[in-house]
Design a protein around this ligand. Structure first.
Ligand code: FAD
Length: 292
């Protein structure tokens, strides 16, 4: 998959899923993941918990289904903080075997009371390691329109992002955000800093107040008044919260696509029906960006 070439032809539409619980039967995993085929994504990425004790489990199995049963390009997330170089090489061998050659290289979140292995302290080190040892892999990286919580300043965060891209990340996906203006400011600063790879905007349709409170408290992403009003009014009404959350995400996507964003990466939380509703509301807008 050549993401740069793809983003020159159209606005990319991609999805993120997480591996179902270990106890989930294989057929149920296949059912869950298969539902996303109807949404016609350019690729599907699969998360992997930073502290995953078995890096060869979970997301490899799901990536295999996506790539080889659904025929959609899969991207495997690989957090480096708690992995050794030899574990990463093992993981890459396994991905090579199933013909998955796209990696989202991450540092990963720190786990309380667990000491990082110390071989990959930042994502750029993992990117460089993969680039040098396994150049056949395409490498994607993460970025933060509202600034990463560990960064001393936005400028530092962008400078660190430039190092990650110069190390070999050729495509970026942002953390979720609710204020498109934050994305445009970040995008402009990244371009000024010489970061010229495609940047996909990460959008999370929020259909559950508790879930969004948990995510925003971890990520520090601000909730604008317009979205807070939705959360306050509809938190206890499942159907209204879902409709309003989907409408808010659709509004963000239409604004971003109209203003020329490189791509939209939908954080699906494995909710295929929500992804389908968003796809149906926006597919003509994506189609209109295709270059023939
Ligand atoms: P880095 O790029 O290393 O950045 C982390 C912090 O360090 C930033 O403040 C940055 O400015 C700073 N920094 C970067 N490089 C340097 C350097 N060389 N020297 C000094 N400072 C530096 N987590 C998971 O565990 N599993 C997942 O599957 C997962 N998927 C994600 C998908 C996306 C699209 C995003 C946006 C995040 C995802 N995360 C995932 C969360 C991610 O692991 C955390 O946000 C983590 O805290 C940072 O990861 P990173 O790769 O951006 O780190």
């Amino acid at each position: 998959m050549n993401l740069t070439a793809l983003s020159n032809q159209k606005t990319i539409f991609s999805l993120e899923v997480f591996p179902p619980k270990k106890s989930t039967p294989d057929s149920a995993i296949l059912d869950t993941i298969s539902q996303f085929k109807a949404v016609d994504p350019d690729f599907i990425s699969v998360t992997l918990g930073a502290g995953g004790t078995n890096p060869l489990g979970g997301n490899i199995e799901v990536a295999d289904i996506i790539q080889n049963q659904l025929g959609i390009d899969a991207v495997a997330h690989v957090p480096g903080l708690y992995q050794t170089k030899s574990e990463v090489l093992q993981l890459l061998d396994k991905l090579d075997e199933i013909n998955v050659h796209n990696i989202l290289a991450l540092r990963g979140d720190r786990i309380a009371n667990r000491k990082p292995v110390g071989e990959f302290n930042h994502a750029n080190e993992l990117v460089e390691f993969i680039k040098n040892n396994r150049p056949e892999f395409n490498i994607l990286g993460a970025c933060y329109p509202n600034c990463h919580t560990d960064a001393d300043s936005f400028i530092d965060d962008i400078a660190n992002l430039k190092v990650k891209v110069d190390s070999g990340a050729d495509h970026l996906i942002t953390q979720l955000f609710f204020d498109d203006d934050a994305f445009y400011e970040f995008y402009e600063k990244a371009r000024i800093a010489g970061i010229n790879v495609p940047i996909e905007a990460g959008i999370m349709p929020c259909t559950n107040k508790r879930q969004i409170e948990r995510i925003t408290s971890i990520t520090g992403v601000p909730v604008p008044k317009k979205f807070q009003a939705i959360l306050d009014r509809y938190a206890d009404n499942k159907e209204a919260m879902r409709d309003a959350g989907i409408a808010f995400a659709v509004d963000q996507i239409i604004d971003l696509v109209s203003r020329g964003v490189d791509g939209i990466h939908l954080y699906t939380m494995n909710q295929a029906d929500t992804a389908a509703r968003i796809y149906n509301e926006t597919k003509s807008v994506f189609k209109a960006t295709e270059v023939h």
